[in-house]
Write a protein that binds this ligand. Sequence first.
Ligand SMILES: [Ca+2]
Ligand SMILES: [Ca+2]
Ligand SMILES: [Ca+2]
Ligand SMILES: [Ca+2]
Length: 654
Amino acid sequence: MLRGGQIMNAESRNRAVRAIALALMLLPSIGALSQQSVKTGAGRSNGGDSPQVLTSGDPKGGSATAGVFAPVKDSEMRPITAGGFVKDGPVLFMDVAKEAGLTSWHHTMGTPEKKYILEATGSGVALLDYDNDGWLDIYMVNGSTFDALKGTAGAPHAALFHNNHDGTFTDVAEKAGVTNDRWGFGVAVGDYDNDGWPDLYVTNFGKNRLYHNNHDGTFTDVAEKAGVTLGNWSTGATFGDYDGDGRLDLFVPGYVHFDLDHLPDSGSTAAGSVYCQFRSARIMCGPRGLVGEPDHLFHNNGDGTFTDVSEKAGVADKARYYGFTGTFVDINNDGKVDLVVTNDSSPNYLYLNNGDGTFEDSSYYSGFALNQQGRDQAGMGLAIGDYLNNGLVDLYTGTFSDDYKPLFKNGGDQGFTEISPELGIAAPTYPFLTWATEFIDYDNDGWKDIFLVNGHVYPQVDDHDWGTSYAQRPLLFHNTMHGEKFELMPPVIGTGLAEVIPGRGAAFGDLFNDGKTDVVINSMDHVPSLMQDVSPDHHHWVGLKLIGGAKSPRDAVGATVYLTAGGQRQRADVLSGGSYESSNDQRPHFGIGDATAVDSVEVHWPSGAVEKLSLPAVDRFFVIEEGKGVSSYQFAEPTQAGKARKLADNHPSK
Ligand SMILES: [Ca+2]
Ligand SMILES: [Ca+2]
Ligand SMILES: [Ca+2]
Ligand SMILES: [Ca+2]
């Protein structure tokens, strides 16, 4: 395992040095390539898994890309990002947002022209059961407008959709006191005061909110008192107990330091004009060329206040990279949560927890900072999951268009190997600009698949023949050969995978307690999508709600569960924050294929305790409380309408 302190043996250190030397040697040749147009499909070597290269390695532009690639179009000459539809195929996801009552709400962020980067990166989603009735509710972060900032117009509200247990939701944000009314980006769920009720941290351009759950359907913003407001541009935060004192601490990435008094106008000298171009067209400036906003780690003092320990802990982001999404998770299986951060158009961070209040920056030697070409990519969203079922969590990130989306395979002692091209899953992703992403087992066969939420940042792409589009369809890779192969699932007309939307944040979870993992998408200047998982498989599943004991965070964030069924051992983690500026269902979910019983469950609690348990049944949720065993999951009965609807929805041919 990778360990902070005694990090790497001489061999791997030499290997890292050789890799850097090789990257430096390659730089001049990449520069030379960019001077010419490559007309054949040969292009650069990247495992042969890429579309035709037009120019390569062009450093111009505000965002990291792999070069300029020939447009990929469907038979009707539509860009593949907004086309490629098929009439027949498996019906896997259906957008039920309208029926569910979510489309009464609308996301707004700046103007449709997207003159500034502040208007372009979108907002997140949280899935949490804020009223502890056993059903996941939905928090949708909203943006704002320059007029609202000036006070000359009302601010758009965030939504808190209460789950009515009948397939519908009701927006109660106003009553709950969580409309935010600031220029919102991210949201993380965590019970920071261990009272058994989930709290919310909402990140903004401007001061952030810490919404404490009052147990009566309302929240109070205690960010000022807690000392966690910050004040410029914060993004995808995460809760995690990095020092093992049983209380959740808070990490907040910073993106760009945005100055309203010195707006980065395209064509001005504000950012340097090369950073205000994409494929030589003039577009908004950034993030490259703009000053980055640093990251912050807040230690939870246990008395309602937090202390900024970023410097001491070694996670202050001195390089000022453009941080988007952070997640605490145990990468090297030493029982301590590590910290993963995606950075836009700059190297990603991976900090290994030393166990003494500090972190070891393993970004480069772990293999997560750069892709296999030694190139930084535009890291947006972050998927975390063990797609090989070998007990180690792997990482996958969303990146820009004209680039592929990297899969980082966790090799334990060997660190991460980025292997998208070798798996054949690089090429189809080049035209797409991916934000939210997650490993989900949509068909419950026991193998984690990959879902991608897409949409371009530049409205101008629709005026060009670049083979990409502003609104884009999602992508779903099905894990077909135990992680050795993935198959891109077809966008069947009328289904969620064929829906062309300006996607950004998304959260993944089981909204209907039916064992299927749904996706709630927050699209730019748009209504939400609720992609209900209607996969026709008949596989079995188990869901778990974990409750930590006295020495663990009460919501068990940081716990790892290993479940064995049908001869297959799987891992799931209780996480806060992730996807893209979002927070997923915190209940570990296991698809178990045709197995009709669970052989064993092993819970590694944040306290360090390890418990082995058995489950009496499958196809349902159980509660596991640290030191107290397994009990049934209490949830309010679904209404008759909900039951009827569920039956109908499981037959999408209706
Ligand atoms: Ca609820
Ligand atoms: Ca709480
Ligand atoms: Ca702590
Ligand atoms: Ca699967």
